[in-house]
Design a protein around this ligand. Sequence first.
Ligand SMILES: Cc1cc2nc3c(=O)[nH]c(=O)nc-3n(C[C@H](O)[C@H](O)[C@H](O)COP(=O)(O)OP(=O)(O)OC[C@H]3O[C@@H](n4cnc5c(N)ncnc54)[C@H](O)[C@@H]3O)c2cc1C
Length: 436
Amino acid sequence: MMKIESPWMLNLQRKRPLIRLSENADVDVVIIGGGISGISTAYFLLTQTDHHVIILEKNTLSSGASGHNAGQAVAAFEAPYTNLIGRYGKEITDNTYTKVNDAFSSLKSMAEYASSEIIEEEALALFSSLDSAKERMKNPSSTKLYVPSDSNEPDAIYLEDFNRQTWSSGYCAATGYRAGIVNCPHLIENISERLLDEYQDRFEIYEDSTADEIIFEDDMVRTSCNGHIVKSSSAVLCTNGYGGFSLKSDSQRPFLNGSIQPVAGYMIGRINSPAPSGVRSYVPQNPSEPYYYVTRYCVNSRSLTCAGGLDTRLDNWNEIEAWTKSDERKCSMIEAFLLRKLSGFSGPRNFQWKGLMGYTDTGVRLAGKDPEIDSLYYNVGCNGIGILHSVLSAVIICKQMNGNPYPRTFFDPLIQSQDSKGYPDAVQLSMPPFKE
Ligand SMILES: Cc1cc2nc3c(=O)[nH]c(=O)nc-3n(C[C@H](O)[C@H](O)[C@H](O)COP(=O)(O)OP(=O)(O)OC[C@H]3O[C@@H](n4cnc5c(N)ncnc54)[C@H](O)[C@@H]3O)c2cc1C
């Protein structure tokens, strides 16, 4: 029977009771949102500072994008490398690529702490034209160029079994890139349990606890939640971009998360169709055609094949809550693509779901301290690819709270605010949300 939920979430074994915020609190840091951004931020703050930390989550941990993704930890961005250099300069762009790549080791340390597995793989992006693949090789995270053995490309690696290795037919070149496959809800749950146990005196998680209003005063942040007030020295927004709560301060400048727009990403899945683990993405020849990505995850003889694509702009944040005929049709389109192109996939799908992506107007994540409000930090704007970026953002925030400088990345809210104001047409996403 078809399930309308991600298998990551359905297979999650949770032992913790759900605790709502039911009294006022006074802490050092309030984290709003319990996805991978919120948990990573809590992990680094607890293990590397002596701050007292609270997470407020409006549903349950992982109920947002973190429970509904494809699990691909990749140092990739929505905007093309050359576009990013044009906007932020080579030094900051290359530094950001390096730092996101370095976030693999932070993610691995989190996974080790949580006794959660990360499968490391060389992922492959598939192209219908050799030129497009060669263009992708300019991107610093690309590792190798692969072509079928009957090709003529001296700089590439020839593969006898190109179709088997790419799990597909109809593509003529592939580029490699580093990837990890991570079961985000499992990681988040295990880290939470261990942190709650280890830092009982200075860590709490409250679920079913929506932050309704956050007021930034001179020396304090007041967060209203469930009719109570959480006072803190700082607040970290890890809300992905979800709207529905208000932020207030004396600053005249709009809050930077205000421009984030909701986009739905669609996925289908099939369990127990055994295949080795791996990550593939299928890049269309024509950018107006849909882009699809596939994860195969095989752990303890249980396997999951899942595929996503067809990112679609939503009119409002609430649209993510209901399942419609149009959602159903998009999942059928993904399945039709797999049946046509993915070798070894004979369907049918037994899971389908959608998840919320928060698109910033620059197509780039926001990470770090607000340019004007010292007590406000952002770890928001997933823009479709965001697992490693969330972890890096947590590292940046922890360093900043410790008073240590961090080499500049283009996630910096100051850079983002200037980009957003100075180049209103700068956003040219390489994989724009799909429009029908
Ligand atoms: C279909 C899909 C596929 C994806 N695939 C990949 C992939 O393969 N690789 C990759 O790197 N990225 C992928 N992503 C993106 C990735 O999942 C996100 O970047 C990442 O999960 C974002 O984590 P987050 O913690 O910032 O946001 P979320 O996981 O969305 O967490 C935000 C949390 O904030 C809570 N919240 C919001 N408002 C409030 C409030 N007022 N009070 C309290 N809580 C609040 C929400 O309930 C939510 O739990 C995908 C996303 C989708 C949707």
